[in-house]
Design a protein around this ligand. Structure first.
Ligand SMILES: Nc1ncnc2c1ncn2[C@@H]1O[C@H](COP(=O)(O)OP(=O)(O)OP(=O)(O)O)[C@@H](O)[C@H]1O
Ligand SMILES: [Mg+2]
Length: 450
């Protein structure tokens, strides 16, 4: 429900306006002075303030200035009495949304209040999204590939280059896109996401480019598209590999011309959005199969980013697990939790087919399911993780012969490495004849570099 505050020293005006606005479904409060208005705003948040210019005590303009300094300030509509129009104009320069003249006309007042409330809602939403982007774009993990990725982000973010992010599902592609935006020169503008896999084919064009009222059944009003919303900011095309060829053609044209036409529209519009795309498909293979346009691929893939699967950077698992533990303990209002080294080891041994997203879900689950436990152990982990992660290394082999060969291979490689690849010295260390080690290396497929 939207909150409106009426500030006027005339009781009659407060009463009649309150009644009218309440009938429209607003929640209304009233104040009779500027001081009372500021005091009320300090206690509760409002969407719109209707503010009389002439007030006893501090006047409307001073009150307006103070309101504008508030965090998440409401929209202010000034009410001007006879002969104060010029002041009202000054007020709009000070940041008032608009002004109304006394005597108030019902129709006009209601429309203006509605528009101001819409403006406030949009502003709050944008603010909220921006805050989320900043706080959600922390990339945890100090493995070599993640350090390299962070460095690549820092270098590329301030450029306007298009980025295509490759990676398995759940590896953190969206997070990387957010981080690029948050470190770019566009960070004050919007980060707009379009999930190309989730939007039905017949709606995606309207989603991307907007539509005009009446252009198809269901288009009851004009709609702004995501390209336009991301003007000055970043447009994230998630799962771009799932876009139809028809939509791909339109997106390509938009990227080439920096212009597009809304569905059912006549006039082309411009939008300056930096496009970041992501995919968990092998797009080059999709191109060969005829499912993805090669020209679009090259347009999008100016700077490729690869987010490796979690199993290839197991060093990150302890840090990620502790990070999520802290996040969910906070979210569910629990005291900080600990996790035993054994549990961490088990987590690190599991293969994480769902990558970081799966790890995050597992941690959330154990926090929720064990409200009284302060120190999580292996037994608190979900059975699948517990079972697979508890396996001793080696049980993935089906025969003893295979297991022995794998172990021998690893062992010999390690010893060779310790001896800088010198076979004679390694043979000595292992207590083998040089020729024997040689044969073994050949059967185990270890190349000799001497
Ligand atoms: N390095 C990381 N540090 C912190 N959180 C991470 C990291 N990587 C991923 N996450 C978190 O894991 C979850 C999945 O990440 P994200 O949505 O970015 O992955 P994705 O690759 O886009 O996945 P999908 O292909 O399923 O869309 C998110 O909640 C994200 O915040
Ligand atoms: Mg994603």
């Amino acid at each position: 429900m939207l909150n409106i505050l009426i500030v006027d020293d005339e009781a009659a005006i407060r009463q009649s306006l309150s009644g009218v606005l309440e009938d429209e479904g607003y929640k209304v409060a009233a104040a009779d002075t500027g001081e009372a208005c500021l005091e009320t705003l300090g206690r509760r948040s409002f969407d719109v303030v209707l503010l009389d210019i002439w007030l006893p005590g501090i006047d409307g303009l001073d009150t307006l200035e103070k309101i504008r300094e508030l965090p998440d300030a409401p929209e202010v509509i000034m009410i001007s009495g006879h002969g104060t129009i010029e002041t009202a104009v000054r007020a709009t320069k000070l940041g008032a949304y608009d002004f109304l003249e006394k005597p108030l006309q019902l129709e006009k007042t209601l429309i203006l209040v509605k528009h101001a409330a819409d403006a406030k809602r949009l502003r709050s939403e944008n603010l909220e999204l921006k805050k989320q982007v900043q706080s959600k774009s922390v990339i945890v993990g100090d493995s070599v590939p993640m350090k390299a990725l962070r460095q690549q982000i820092a270098v590329m973010a301030p450029t306007n280059g298009r980025v295509l992010i490759f990676g398995e599902s759940g590896t953190g592609k969206e997070l990387v896109a957010l981080a690029i935006h948050a470190q770019s020169l566009r960070k004050e503008a919007m980060f707009v996401e379009v999930n190309c896999a989730a939007i039905p084919e017949d709606l995606i064009e309207s989603e991307l480019f907007g539509h005009r009222k009446g252009s198809f059944a269901g288009a009851t009003t004009d709609k702004e598209g995501k390209f336009r919303k991301a003007d000055g900011g970043t447009l994230f095309l998630d799962e771009v590999g799932d876009m139809s060829l028809k939509t791909q053609a339109k997106v390509l044209r938009t990227l080439e011309e920096q212009r597009f036409t809304p569905v059912g529209g006549e006039e082309p519009m411009t939008a300056d959005a930096r496009v970041i795309a992501s995919t968990n498909k092998d797009l080059e293979e999709e191109i060969l199969k005829g499912n993805f346009r090669e020209d679009l691929f090259y347009r999008l893939n100016v700077i490729p980013f690869f987010v490796p699967p979690l199993r290839e950077r197991k060093e990150d698992i302890p840090q990620l697990a502790r990070y999520f533990l802290k996040e969910f303990a906070q979210r569910y209002g629990r005291r900080p939790r600990e996790i035993t080294d054994e549990a961490i080891e088990t987590l690190a041994r599991y293969l994480w087919p769902g990558n970081v997203r799966e790890l995050r879900n597992v941690i959330e689950r154990i926090v929720i399911m064990n409200p009284t436990i302060t120190r999580f152990d292996r037994k608190h982990l979900p059975p699948l993780v517990y079972r697979d992660g508890a396996k001793r290394p080696g049980t993935e082999f089906s025969t003893l012969h295979q297991a022995r060969a794998a172990y021998e291979r690893d062992y010999i490689l390690k010893k060779l490495d310790e001896n800088h690849g010198n076979v004679s010295r390694t043979a000595e260390v292992l207590g083998l004849e040089r020729s024997h080690l040689y044969r073994k290396m050949k059967t185990l497929g270890i190349a000799v570099k001497e």
